[in-house]
Design a protein around this ligand. Structure first.
Ligand code: ADP
Ligand code: MG
Length: 337
């Protein structure tokens, strides 16, 4: 008799949760990304005690029918990829089919969802269905994650202060709002509104909501195109800088990513205009065939491998350099007159 057994689903979900669900901000990330993938135009996030007490996300996306709602909590349940070749042309933010199963396994979750034709109300505790009944017909999804890590005390103990946890979620929401200017976002903490965007597709409005109107006014737009990539976005004038690179937000096909060489290309574009150890505020949108951009590097999907990287870096550096030079030259000449 061998010793090896396949572990039951709840145990494997809890282990997977250790990777995907690090803190309240990771829950917000997964749930908001699901709402984005569902085609929502409005996404509201309500937190109590930085999400440690409760995280509620209400969207107006496609919703789910009853059958999908019930299966959505199973490991590897996804509507986003069906076959291997889908992996190479991912357009959605999610695709692993892990988030709901993982989050549900370490919290008390309520899911209210409707596709407009039927409504479903589910309560889960540690991933097990506790209540299942018909729900309201409002199209969209309303998920509440309460008592996160109630059954994983070690993880709960590791949580930082409310301010630190909240800071992570604010950073995340800022990025999601910048990456999706066509979606109206709201973030409320203990009833206080921390972010609101109007969803009209105006990147400068989102920049103003995050960094203040004053700073947003000191940002200039740019556009560029090469054989394989299109770029657009806003960069701050050299007079508006920050001591950290965190204010340079990069999006590849709508997904926020970290990319050292792209950041470097932007900084290089400023040439000598940027004070030493100061960095601009940037929102850079890169569009290219998903085939060129491999996001399947890490479960959190922050890292990306870009094909034709030299071409892209050159495009970014040249486009931004040209823009900065032009706007700087004009005010300088005005001063001389
Ligand atoms: P993934 O996003 O990787 O597919 P998830 O576990 O996050 O995996 O979600 C599982 C499935 O549940 C999704 O593929 C989607 O079909 C459905 N789903 C989750 N959240 C929503 C939502 N807010 N609106 C509509 N469908 C959703
Ligand atoms: Mg998902």
């Amino acid at each position: 008799m061998g010793k090896i057994q396949i572990m039951d689903e709840w145990l494997s979900n809890k282990i997977a949760a250790g990777e995907v669900v690090e803190r309240p901000a990771s829950v917000v990330k997964e749930l908001v990304e699901n709402a984005i993938d569902a085609g929502s135009t409005s996404i509201d996030v309500f937190l109590l005690e930085a999400g440690l007490t409760s995280i509620q996300i209400i969207d107006n996306g496609s919703g789910m029918d009853e059958e999908d709602a019930l299966i959505s909590f199973s490991r590897h349940a996804t509507s986003k990829i069906h076959q291997e070749r889908d992996l190479f042309r991912i357009r959605t933010l999610g695709f692993r089919g892990e988030a709901l199963a993982s989050i549900a396994s370490v919290s008390k979750m309520t899911l209210i969802t409707s596709n407009g034709e039927s409504g479903t109300y589910l309560e889960l505790e540690g991933g097990h269905i506790a209540t299942h009944k018909p729900g309201p017909l409002r199209k969209g999804t309303d998920i509440t994650v309460a008592q996160l890590f109630f059954n994983t005390p070690a993880r709960l103990k590791y949580m930082k202060t409310i301010q630190t946890e909240l800071g992570h979620t604010i950073d995340l929401m800022n990025r999601l709002a910048l990456g999706n200017p066509h979606i109206a976002f709201r973030l409320l903490h203990n009833g206080q509104q921390l972010l609101q965007t109007n969803g009209r597709g105006d990147v400068q409005q989102v920049l103003a909501a995050i960094y203040g109107v004053h700073n947003a006014k000191k940002m200039v737009g740019f556009n560029g195109e090469s054989h394989d990539y299109k770029i657009s976005g806003f960069v701050s004038l050299p007079e508006v800088t920050r001591a950290s690179k965190n204010y340079m937000s990069l999006f590849v096909n709508g997904r926020w990513v970290k990319h050292y060489l792209v950041q470097k290309a932007i900084v290089d574009a400023y040439h000598t205009y940027l004070p030493i150890e100061r960095f601009p505020i940037v929102a850079l949108y890169i569009e290219g065939d998903p085939y060129l951009t491999d996001v399947n590097v890490h479960p959190a999907k922050h890292q990306i491998r870009l094909s034709k990287e030299p071409e892209l870096l050159k495009l970014i550096e040249e486009t931004i350099r040209e823009k900065i030079r032009n706007v700087i030259r004009v005010p300088l000449m005005e001063k001389k007159e």
